[in-house]
Design a protein around this ligand. Structure first.
Ligand code: ADP
Length: 160
């Protein structure tokens, strides 16, 4: 079976992530969306909240699994028998860091490939952090995230 893994913080999931998920799910028998549990990053949402928002947003795609991991992505990929890591690329600014990560992961396990999918142009400026910044000041994010995520952001930031 051809398994791909799409890792990220997803704090919270945006339409940019969902676009990459939908497009990459077509390329694999099974796609695992892997939520990084990294308390040092001080996420806004807990891992469970992030998983729930992803689950609600992709509603029942049969070949998509959502899971969480901590530690090395390569170890989690091996555990899940995934041969391909999917990364989304937005701008040149993503490239340098992603290249470094991809080369390091290749060094750790040469059997696992990193594949980059280019963002759709309409989402090229979109990141979880910019969504949080706008939402924290009460700005409208309805064109950037699914309705449930918008609701959860309002709850966290106590804005209407
Ligand atoms: P961020 O906090 O920057 O939004 P994540 O760690 O949640 O990022 O991102 C997980 C993956 O999704 C990364 O590969 C990232 O490049 C990709 N990604 C994030 N936003 C977009 C977008 N708007 N278009 C394409 N890929 C994206």
């Amino acid at each position: 079976m051809n398994v791909g893994i799409y890792p990220g913080s997803f704090d919270p999931i945006t339409f940019g992530h969902l676009d990459i998920i939908k497009r990459s799910a077509k390329l694999f028998d099974r796609l695992i969306v892997a939520v990084l549990s990294n308390p040092q990053k001080e996420p806004l949402f807990t891992v469970d909240e992030r998983i729930e928002m992803i689950r609600e947003s992709i509603n029942d795609a049969p070949n998509i699994e959502i899971d969480s991991f901590s530690g090395l992505l390569i170890d989690f990929a091996r555990l899940k028998q995934a041969k391909v890591i999917i990364k989304g690329l937005r701008a040149v600014s993503d490239f340098e860091y992603e290249l470094q990560m991809a080369l390091m992961n290749k060094k750790l396990d040469e059997r696992i490939e990193t594949v980059f999918i280019m963002t759709s142009s309409k989402y090229s400026y979109l990141s979880s952090s910019i969504v949080k910044e706008v939402a924290s000041f009460g700005g409208c994010v309805s064109s950037l995230v699914p309705p449930l995520v918008e609701k959860q952001l309002k709850r966290k930031y106590k804005v209407n």
